[in-house]
Design a protein around this ligand. Structure first.
Ligand SMILES: *Cc1c(COP(=O)(O)O)cnc(C)c1O
Length: 223
């Protein structure tokens, strides 16, 4: 067993059954992804559309690709044919573009609404009120080629566990509130929160999907 396969195994062994692991492979070579793939893993996350498209084209077609990063509207078209879940929907405008491209590709694309839970200004996302407004609108209910399957959030980058816990709990509470809303294209089941440094806390707070990169593939080198 390789180091990547061992790391993956260790995380999966400790994971509650209802929690899905997205292996975040951004900046990592195809050979690393194939090590996880050969151990049976199929769900991978990327944060740049261009990089995800290149990997999609050269790797096995049964991989489920998750776009976990910030999405620029003009690039949605490049992933519409194959992306399996878009985590970072942060505006209605973006959702409309995903719907348009999904329609072109004759698909229904699952998406998560990214909620801003961190104090940092640098993090993207909408407020709980904005999410409510979208999910309640007639215009949203008419988008037949997207389905909102839950929410995603990123906690503040800090060592303060209490603060992270507060932010994760806020996302869980937001999810429970939004869940009350009804729309044919709203099927709430996923709370995407938790990364290498904080996924155990995220699971304690109700996460159903964690996005883990460096704890599987090792530290990233960005140069
Ligand atoms: C990079 C990234 C992750 C994974 O981060 P690690 O700390 O390496 O586990 C998770 N979520 C998002 C949105 C990311 O960009």
């Amino acid at each position: 067993m390789t180091e990547i396969q061992q790391n993956l195994q260790d995380i999966l062994n400790a994971l509650p059954e209802k929690v899905t692991l997205v292996a975040v492979s951004k900046t990592k070579p195809n050979s690393d992804i194939m090590e996880a793939y050969n151990a049976g893993h199929r769900i991978f996350g990327e944060n740049k559309i261009q990089e995800m498209v290149e990997k999609y084209e050269s790797l096995p077609k049964d991989i489920q690709w998750h776009m976990i990063g910030h999405v620029q509207r003009n690039k949605v078209k490049y992933m519409a044919d194959f992306v399996s879940l878009i985590h970072g929907i942060d505006s209605f405008k973006l959702l409309k573009e995903v719907n348009k491209q999904a329609k072109n590709s004759k698909r229904i694309i699952n998406c998560l609404l990214q909620i801003k839970i961190a104090e940092e200004d640098s993090k993207f996302g909408m407020t709980a009120d904005e999410a409510t407004e979208i999910l309640q609108s007639k215009e949203f209910s008419e988008l037949k080629n997207v389905c909102i399957t839950g929410v995603m959030g990123m906690a503040t980058f800090t060592d303060n566990q209490e603060q992270i816990k507060k932010e994760f709990s806020f996302l869980k509470a937001t999810f429970e509130k939004l869940k009350q809303l009804n729309s044919p294209n709203f099927k709430p089941e996923t709370i995407s929160m938790g990364m290498s440094g904080d996924y155990n806390l995220a699971i304690e707070c109700g996460s159903t999907m964690i996005r883990v990169g460096s704890s599987i593939f090792g530290e990233r080198n960005y140069q």
